[in-house]
Design a protein around this ligand. Structure first.
Ligand code: ADP
Length: 216
């Protein structure tokens, strides 16, 4: 089983740690604040008070045995950079770090972070898309220009099969899945029919997805 360490247990870090633990995974939570650690203790496998910028204390926690480290120190950029560098140098295989801005992200990648996340920015994008178009239920950015979105079936799509909809030619998007209530069809075929209140999971270029948003 994979071993996870979450460094910095603010709102984002605590949520990551608790969710991983809730999924049955082994999670070590580290924070320099003793009160934070006491609050985390019952929601993770181990909670330890330590300063992530002190290499010796982090090394003593057996860092090299962890498969994944999630560095979620956000407000203190210097500490976030040091913690990422130390985790990588101590041999953690996969390091995910939270960045405050693009420059911070650039440095994190340079020193070896395998993935950089921007929780506030990404959630802002998702909420905004949902607000602009009530048909867009969720929005995940895949690459700068491509996304996956969950879109409620447009009225004009109801009762038509995928060949008739021909969304690939008309909108340049691909339908990955069709959700009908609690059922989900993850390999829709040309003859599958879109019904009222279905939710389609589509992938495409942001410009093409925007055309659907505007129609909705
Ligand atoms: P959020 O916005 O997700 O709440 P914060 O940046 O406010 O994120 O919280 C970061 C957490 O990281 C805090 O609980 C803080 O005590 C912890 N932290 C900050 N610096 C260090 C450090 N050097 N070592 C360990 N934990 C740290």
């Amino acid at each position: 089983m994979k071993q996870f360490v979450v460094i910095g247990c603010g709102r984002f870090g605590a949520s990551v740690a608790r969710t991983l633990y809730g999924l049955g995974l082994d999670v070590l939570a580290i924070d320099r604040n003793e009160d934070v650690i006491q609050g985390m203790a019952e929601f993770v496998t181990h909670a330890v008070q330590a300063d992530a910028t002190e290499e010796a204390s982090i090394k003593a926690l057996g860092m090299r045995n962890f498969d994944v480290a999630v560095i979620t120190i956000g407000s203190n950029i210097q500490a976030s950079i040091m913690a990422t560098l130390i985790a990588k140098e101590l041999g953690v295989k996969y390091v995910v770090a939270k960045a405050q801005n693009e420059q911070h992200a650039k440095v994190l990648y340079k020193i070896g972070a395998d993935r950089v996340v921007f929780p506030e920015r990404d959630m802002g994008v998702r909420v905004a898309h949902n607000l602009v178009s009530s048909n867009i239920l969720d929005f995940i950015e895949l690459a700068p220009d491509y996304s996956i979105v969950e879109v409620s079936a447009l009225e004009e799509w109801e009762g038509k099969n995928l060949t008739e909809l021909n969304v690939r030619a008309r909108y340049g998007i691909n339908i990955m899945a069709i959700k009908h209530g609690t059922e989900i069809n993850i390999s829709p075929t040309a003859t599958d029919i879109v019904r009222k209140e279905d939710v389609l999971v589509v992938i495409g270029h942001n410009d093409d997805i925007q055309k659907i948003e505007q129609k909705a």
